[in-house]
Design a protein around this ligand. Structure first.
Ligand SMILES: [Zn+2]
Length: 393
């Protein structure tokens, strides 16, 4: 099954999916880079045949132009004469692994196994699902649409020799699932578009793990690394296999800029974003507007991003790490002090016990036991005291 089929399936799966307005609202503030990824997926080479489907709302191919906006660029219009895709079968609960025949389930970037869409994965009118299937037995991973197709032998071998070790966790954990997919695509030498898609979705999976109202420095470091990886792929792709369409190149450049900005390098980001902003007409309304907005942020040196329930800034990671280290040190110090206090209390109690006991009473003269009068019996318990002389008569 080729990618156009996948896109068709995805379209089919997602068209009927109910979208919760509340959720969309909640996620509306998510990173713009995330939103534009969907633009990019269309422009970067995901075949448009599915998008030209007659039952698609016309707006699904391009962000709806608001009144007065420039019309969509000509290359974004569906080419005439493309076949109408046949409807895809409805989603299935399980898939059969082509490597070892085990049953596997699909997993989305939201960690769920349904085809319900994530609103942060789309521009308002664009719909892409992101289901990946990982075999819980051998660890082979692929997009849901092509999972059951036999992979090249080197990929099957790679699954059996390497992916198998983490197959179980990848079967249940979305982040691990996408990591498997990225590895498979790498081994398979999949084209840049596909690799970038997986890398990008991986960043979404990680973003989903952000704690509410808090910041997990280790997770943020992972997100930064995943974004850098995506930017690396995008830059290589722009250099070695740039998309033919200007619109697509602008989308890729926008993503490079925005992900670079979120990584903290606002200077490089500003150059890329400003370049897209200057070609606003070619970029289309939504991306053009975002590019200008983000270019301004970058030019002001701002690397922050809105997300689910707050604002994150990559520059906050180090401070958060310092805080966490300080808190750990404080807790450790308190614990040590508590232990010391307890040890002292124990010692004092033991001493008091000794004072009270009859043995301790004579024990108070412990050091002078040997200096007692020879005929005075002693009940000293000092084991090192010299033997008592015989009692004089
Ligand atoms: Zn398998």
């Amino acid at each position: 099954m080729d990618r156009s089929k996948i896109v068709q399936r995805i379209k089919h799966l997602t068209q009927g999916a109910a979208r919760s307005r509340a959720q969309r609202g909640a996620f509306a503030a998510l990173s713009v880079a995330a939103g534009v990824a969907a633009v990019w997926l269309v422009g970067a080479g995901w075949p448009r045949v599915a998008l030209a489907s007659s039952d698609d709302p016309p707006s699904s191919n391009e962000a709806p132009p608001p009144p007065g906006d420039v019309p969509p660029p000509p290359e974004a219009a569906p080419a005439p004469g493309r076949r109408d895709p046949a409807p895809e079968p409805p989603p299935r609960r399980t898939y059969r692994c082509p490597v070892d025949g085990a049953e596997a389930a699909a997993k989305g970037a939201d960690g769920r196994d349904t085809t319900r869409r994530d609103s942060d994965l789309e521009m308002p009118t664009r719909a892409y699902s992101n289901l990946v299937v990982v075999c819980p037995s051998c660890g082979y991973a692929a997009w849901a649409g092509e999972f059951e197709r036999m992979p090249p032998p080197e990929v099957a071998d790679y699954a059996r020799s390497t992916l198998k070790r983490s197959a179980r966790s990848a079967g249940t954990d979305a982040a691990a699932a996408y990591q498997h997919l990225m590895n498979v695509l790498h081994v398979r030498r999949a084209d840049f578009t596909e690799q970038i898609a997986a890398a990008l979705y991986f960043t979404y999976v990680l973003k989903r793990q952000r704690p509410y109202g808090g910041l997990d420095p280790a997770l943020e470091r992972k997100i930064v690394a995943a974004r850098k990886r995506t930017v690396g792929l995008l830059n290589r792709a722009l250099r070695d296999a740039p998309p033919k369409l200007l619109h697509a190149r602008l989308e890729w450049t926008y993503l490079v800029g925005e992900l670079t900005r979120l990584g903290g390098d606002t200077q490089s980001a500003a150059t890329a974003l400003r370049g897209v902003c200057e070609q606003q007409r070619e970029a289309g309304f939504t991306m053009g507007r975002l590019a200008c907005e983000m270019a301004q942020r970058a030019e002001r040196g701002e690397s922050w991003e809105d997300f689910r329930d707050g604002v994150f800034d990559v520059r906050g990671i180090e401070a958060a790490e310092r805080d966490a280290t300080r808190r750990r040190a404080e807790v450790e110090k308190e614990r040590a002090e508590a232990e010391r206090a307890k040890a002292e209390a124990d010692k004092a109690r033991a001493e008091a016990d000794r004072q009270r006991s009859p043995a301790a009473k004579s024990g108070s003269s412990k050091g002078t036991a040997h200096a007692q009068l020879p005929n005075q019996p002693s009940s000293t318990d000092d084991p090192y005291a010299p033997p008592l002389p015989p009692v004089a008569r």
